[in-house]
Design a protein around this ligand. Structure first.
Ligand code: FES
Length: 310
């Protein structure tokens, strides 16, 4: 399926976060799963085009890591730990009961579920453990596990008894995993701003001598630094062409806001924003009885009776 323009734009943002484009492959595959619910052949081609990789290279990664699925998952992925501690506690029985109940590993009925066995999930003290979209449930009996499956099929998974969270759908979880909404772009812009104001000279990354790189805190060769330079006319680099008009507008607004805050801070530090000093005590106007009462908490007014309060 062709990917919507929003996804293409988000994918490009992910790629710009990294000095080397192929480093964005893992988050990109999560982004693909957040749209497709798995990684289709088109999803592999999409990543390959964006990162100038071959489809074989992308496919090798997508099939190596178990969190990438090559067939539609449905809304809920149920993973059953079948490593020794959980297996002894009944994990293998649960896994086999799931496969039997679903007639295989994928059951498209209802909300749609996929069942898989998992390696140790790291909470063996709760064995046997089942996860729904990576939220843990345990220890669970076989009946409780089948109830979890039933509720997931209805699109109503309960809150995890371990974390207390109710798992969102697989696509929603995958969007979180992609990191597209984790605030990294804002962080990079701020880090670049700090770095630019520190007046550090640029250094150069081996093999990429046309891209200025300085540290710490932020990498102006990345998305944020590039936006910052573009918006504030600090230098230039070949990657500036990657920024969209919308990116430049956002960066300009951010930098204007930062300048406004800096001016306020400067005024505060120099005392320019101090309120007028209070007059000497003997020049202050006398307070009325009501003002004295309000200031001291003492008042001549009788407290309300029970009847008045009612
Ligand atoms: S063996 Fe199942 S969580 Fe460790």
């Amino acid at each position: 399926m062709p990917f919507p323009d929003d996804t293409v734009e988000e994918a490009q943002r992910l790629v710009r976060r990294y000095p080397v484009a192929r480093s964005a492959l893992l988050p990109l595959l999560h982004l693909v799963q957040s749209v497709e619910g798995y990684v289709s052949d088109e999803g592999i081609a999409f990543c390959a085009d964006l990162l100038a990789l071959t489809k074989a290279e992308v496919g090798a990664v997508a099939t190596f890591y178990t969190m990438y699925k090559r067939e539609p998952v449905g809304d809920y992925l149920l993973s059953v730990c079948t490593n020794p501690t959980c297996m002894i506690a009944g994990g293998q029985d649960i896994y086999e009961a799931y496969v039997e109940a679903c007639g295989g590993h994928v059951d498209p009925e209802g909300a749609g579920v996929m069942v898989e066995h998992a390696e140790c999930l790291g909470i063996c003290d709760a064995a046997p453990v089942v996860t729904i979209n990576y939220e843990n449930y345990g220890p669970v009996t076989k009946d409780e596990a089948l109830e979890l499956l039933d509720k997931a099929r209805k699109g109503e998974p309960p809150a995890s008894n371990v974390s207390g969270y109710t798992p969102p759908t697989f696509k929603q979880v995958e969007r979180e995993f992609s990191g597209i909404e984790d605030g990294t772009d804002d962080y990079l812009i701020e880090a670049a701003r700090l770095q630019a104001s520190a007046a550090a000279g640029p250094s150069y990354r081996t093999g990429e001598t046309d891209i200025p790189v300085t540290h710490p805190g932020g990498d102006p060769a990345g998305h944020g630094g590039e936006l910052f330079r573009e918006a504030s006319s600090i230098g230039s680099s070949p990657i500036r062409q990657l920024a969209t008009d919308e990116d430049r507008e956002i960066a300009s607004e951010l930098i204007d806001g930062m300048r406004g805050e800096a001016v306020q801070m400067a005024k505060h530090l120099t005392g320019e924003d101090d309120p007028a000093p209070a007059p000497p005590v003997d020049e202050q106007p006398e307070m009325s009885d009501e003002q004295v009462g309000a200031a001291t908490g003492e008042t001549d007014v009788d407290p309300p009776t029970d009847d008045e309060e009612a």
